[in-house]
Design a protein around this ligand. Structure first.
Ligand SMILES: C[S@@+](CC[C@H](N)C(=O)[O-])C[C@H]1O[C@@H](n2cnc3c(N)ncnc32)[C@H](O)[C@@H]1O
Length: 273
């Protein structure tokens, strides 16, 4: 049983480490997810698990698994499709017309199991096919090692590829030789345009001072409180090249945030200079 006091301790750890808000209503969800982790570890009680997570020599390693357990990783190919239309119809042509840099860099943060990053790769590949001289690279990051491993293998069930057009499936996906398994894999030429890495958006600095023309940061900050959202968006804005675009989720908002960005379309912000 996850009682209220223990929930408060786990919740405080989750909020301080990951930024994720933990209202009381999430108690049953957390309890359920921890039960699965206890089973994996062969532990009988939450007492034992709490001591392991907070005080054992394995605490740092367990924190990695704990992040896997507590994050919500729902995603899809071509989720919120209007953003991909905006990307190929407006953002990339604008960046190209302004002759910003030889290689357009895209960053998918909170990439989950890779569908968003590979959607970006397919859309950018299509754009490159129509626009000679356009080159791109994609960085995709998440806090959860479990989803990052899935993303790197790039194998998905056929049910998940429904949002991808038939033409793009033919170009960018391979079917498993064993048809009965119902699996597809992203083709190597698309896979090689994406590199995956683990990054906690709560970190005070995001490592190398690489700049990006496009950042997708969608359906992640919905779990953060307002102050954390504003701090993260400001840190991401620092990593946008001048003229770069930040995409946030369609149900997320930057209204009222003090950020050096201008709204240019629904849930699309731009760093003007
Ligand atoms: C709901 S998924 C969104 C996936 C994708 N961006 C989309 O819109 O389909 C949210 C992702 O954010 C990640 N996440 C949550 N907190 C994070 C943090 N502090 N740092 C990095 N990633 C985080 C989760 O692991 C999860 O994979």
């Amino acid at each position: 049983m996850l009682d209220r006091k223990r929930f408060a301790r786990f919740g405080a750890l989750i909020t301080s480490t990951l930024g994720i808000q933990m209202p009381q209503s999430k108690l049953p969800l957390l309890e359920n997810r921890l039960r699965g982790r206890l089973r994996q570890l062969g532990m009988a009680t939450l007492d034992e698990y709490e001591a392991y997570l907070f005080h054992s020599p394995n605490a740092a390693d367990e924190m990695v698994h704990f992040c896997d357990v507590v994050t919500t990783n729902k995603t899809d190919f071509f989720r919120e499709p209007q953003h991909f239309k905006y990307l190929s119809g407006t953002a990339l042509p604008t960046l190209m017309a302004e002759h910003r840099r030889p290689v357009t860099k895209l960053w998918c943060c909170g990439c989950s199991s890779g569908q968003e990053a590979y959607t970006l790769a397919m859309v950018a590949s299509e754009f490159a096919g129509d626009n000679a001289g356009f080159e791109f690279s994609i960085l995709a990051t998440d806090i959860s090692t479990r989803v990052l491993q899935q993303a790197a293998t790039a194998i998905y069930s056929e049910a998940l590829i429904e949002p991808i057009s038939a033409e793009m499936r033919r170009k960018y996906l391979m079917r498993s030789k064993d048809r009965g398994r119902g699996l597809v894999r992203i083709r190597p030429e698309v896979r090689k345009t994406v590199r995956f890495g683990r990054l906690n958006l709560m970190d005070h600095s995001y490592g190398r001072r690489e700049l990006f023309e496009v950042i997708f940061f969608r359906n992640v900050m919905i779990y953060f409180d307002r102050a954390t959202q504003e701090a993260v968006v400001n840190r991401l804005a620092e990593r946008l090249a001048p003229g770069g675009y930040l995409f946030i989720g369609l149900s997320e908002s930057s209204v009222g945030m003090r950020v050096p960005l201008t709204a240019v379309a629904p849930s699309v912000l731009r760093r003007m200079e």
